[in-house]
Design a protein around this ligand. Structure first.
Ligand SMILES: *Cc1c(COP(=O)(O)O)cnc(C)c1O
Length: 235
């Protein structure tokens, strides 16, 4: 094992350890929370090392970078998650490559995903991105727009809309971040009561390197962790 592989393995183990502690504290089993390793800071070789170290859920925020890595990383083959904004003209190429789209941030993108999934005959799990902190600089649906949307979710019937995604606010400290994550969970719970029976909003994608433990305490089922995995490694 190279020095880099050793540090990477230690970082992954440390993150997984903290994830497991938080899962147990929230009354859940560690395997109920998935680590999505965000590889946007690193090249294909390092992403390959991440996959070989046993992190098979990989996330990218830019579609083009996801396309590039998905083409080159074939063994072990990762489960790809798009975690950043998806422009409509990138949907056709992205949809067949990803298992999860965390960042459906407008009705227009949902409509375009539905149309493309229908015509291509593929499906994706889709999460609705909510701008819970109301950051001007961020995309995402506003909290008050989500509950009214609940009854319409089954009309995007080529998509598996299965939860919400959020980021804590740009300037939020830990306590604020935790409150924001709790708000997302409550919003999901409220939405679920309005959903058609076939729609299950089971997933909450929230928490990054600085706040994933807090997010798990508030119910995250997917955490998106980048920099904490690469600490001490020249990326
Ligand atoms: C970059 C990114 C992450 C990972 O951020 P870190 O703070 O490096 O863990 C998670 N989610 C999204 C949407 C990102 O763009």
């Amino acid at each position: 094992m190279s020095a880099v592989q050793r540090v990477l393995a230690e970082n992954i183990a440390a993150v997984r350890g903290r994830m497991a502690d938080a899962a147990r504290q929230s009354g859940r089993a560690p395997e109920d929370v998935t680590l999505v390793a965000v590889t946007k800071y690193v090249d294909v070789d390092m992403a390959q090392q991440v996959a070989e170290a046993g992190c098979l859920h990989l996330g990218e925020s830019r579609p083009q970078e996801l396309w590039r890595k998905a083409e080159l990383l074939v063994s072990p083959r990762p489960h790809w998650h798009l975690v950043g904004h998806l422009q409509r003209n990138k949907i056709r190429r992205t949809l067949p490559l990803v298992e999860w789209i965390h960042s459906a941030d407008s009705l227009r993108v949902l409509d375009a995903l539905q149309a493309e999934a229908e015509s291509a005959g593929c499906r994706a799990r889709v999460l609705l991105e909510v701008n819970v902190a109301r950051d001007q600089a961020k995309t995402g649906l506003l909290p008050e727009d989500l509950v009214p949307l609940a009854q319409r979710l089954s009309s995007w019937n080529a998509l598996d809309i299965c939860g919400l995604m959020a980021m804590s606010g740009l300037g939020s400290d830990r306590d604020e971040a935790r409150r924001e994550f709790a708000q997302v969970r409550q919003l999901r719970d409220r939405m679920q009561t309005q959903c058609p029976p076939e729609v299950a909003l089971k997933h909450l994608s929230m928490g990054m390197s600085d706040d994933f433990a807090m997010a798990i305490l508030e119910g995250a089922t997917l955490v998106r962790v980048g920099s904490a995995l690469f600490e001490g490694i020249d990326t």
